[in-house]
Ligand binder design. Structure first.
Ligand code: GLN
Length: 379
């Protein structure tokens, strides 16, 4: 069997879902909602079953889907996105990131990854033959040291991976930080591959800035994102890349041979969501702000030390006081004995970290209260 498939483990995030299910735990490990997608999507999904969407769509995405997505993203990014030349519909942002990596790097090329990072980037790097150079985001603010970042660029990197808003640390990069990254990308002639799946889950006063919209960055950015979190449809596996025509042409080839295309009926059924007005996005932000406040207040009441997310829906909890050597062992005990599923922090950090676990709060308020109630057993 290939060396490259020996060089990474299965996803610990997805493993924790299996463990949570085994013990009947409230699963706050793998980030996905337990509430329904917007009704307009479900209604359309029911209709689509009886319409003519059961065969392959055009490989790079059904025309109606790309058109609606281009209109939405043009509005949010403040730039006209061409649905024919600048978009590829993918099977989740997971495929978008993999296709972007394979489009940009040759075996042996170096890529910068901020640590902590969403675990897929490690496997993406190995599968595409890239060598990751990790740059720490230093707690509690999760800032990076510009000198350390420039040292990494100096090693001759092909691309930087930017998860913003960031999973798992909840950081929303400031415009100033992004401009610093942009200056270095320009100076060292590197691409930037973004993962912006939490673009609409940002807590005031923080604001999401699309990296591709910074001066001079359109040409060197592949923006990857997904509809999973925005419309609570993680199982639909709908994502996309947005990039200049020349890069998109290459992504289309990779995507075509990897998957042919995202599911045609689901691309059709999500279109009403892509046409939602600003109210929907304001509502989403208000909903997640309430969930965040409820969950963090509950953790505070239990005197459990945690991070303060600026975006996305994850919180890192400090478990030092429980005296475990292994965060994985802690998470297994937590699922089995307390009945709450969490992800060991070590699966996100390059640095040796074993005193953090990640919980997510994309759940109904009742589910969150139940989880908090169970976490009370730690006291
Ligand atoms: N992004 C989610 C998480 O970090 C899950 C994504 C996935 O499992 N594909 O938990």
């Amino acid at each position: 069997l290939s060396r490259r498939t020996a060089d990474f483990t299965d996803s610990v995030i997805r493993r924790m879902t299996r463990i949570s299910n085994r013990y009947g735990a409230v699963n706050l490990s793998q980030g996905f909602p337990d509430f329904d997608p917007p009704k307009a999507l479900l209604d359309r999904l029911a209709q689509v079953a009886y319409e003519d969407f059961h065969q392959y769509s055009i490989t790079c995405g059904a025309p109606g889907f790309r058109q609606a997505l281009a209109e939405k993203q043009s509005r949010f990014m403040g730039r006209t996105i061409d649905p024919e030349r600048e978009i590829v519909a993918t099977c989740g942002s997971t495929e978008a990131m993999m296709a972007a990596m394979m489009t940009v790097v040759d075996p042996g090329d170096k890529v910068i990854v901020f640590s902590p990072f969403y675990e897929n980037y490690g496997a993406d790097a190995i599968l595409s033959g890239a060598e990751p150079i990790y740059v720490p985001l230093v707690p509690p603010e999760f800032r990076f040291d510009p000198e350390v970042l420039e040292d990494a660029f100096r090693q001759g990197v092909k691309a930087l991976i930017l998860c913003n808003p960031s999973n798992p640390c909840g950081k929303v990069f400031t415009r100033q930080e992004l401009e610093l990254i942009a200056d270095l990308a320009r100076k060292y002639d590197a691409y930037v591959i973004t993962d912006e799946v939490y673009e609409h889950i940002v807590y005031a006063p923080h604001r999401h800035v699309y990296f591709a919209t910074l001066p001079g960055m359109w040409e060197r950015t592949i923006s990857c994102s997904s509809l999973s979190k925005t419309y609570s449809i993680t199982g639909w596996r709908l994502g996309y890349t947005i990039a200049p025509e020349e890069i998109t042409e290459r992504i289309k080839k990779v995507h075509d041979f990897l998957t042919v295309g995202a599911a045609a009926p689901l691309q059709e059924a999500v279109i009403p969501g892509l046409r939602f007005g600003q109210d929907y996005y304001d509502g989403l932000q208000a909903t997640y702000t309430r969930k965040r406040d409820l969950f963090l207040r509950g953790l505070d009441d239990l005197k459990l030390a945690h991070t303060d997310p600026q975006g996305a829906y994850y919180v890192l909890l400090d478990i030092s006081e429980f005296g475990y050597d292994s965060d994985l062992a802690f998470c297994e005990d937590l699922a089995r004995e307390v009945g709450v599923g969490a992800v060991p922090g070590s699966s996100f950090f390059r640095e040796p970290v074993n005193h953090l676990i990640r919980l997510h709060f994309a759940k109904k308020e009742d589910t969150l209260l139940q989880a908090l109630n169970r976490l009370g057993d730690l006291r």
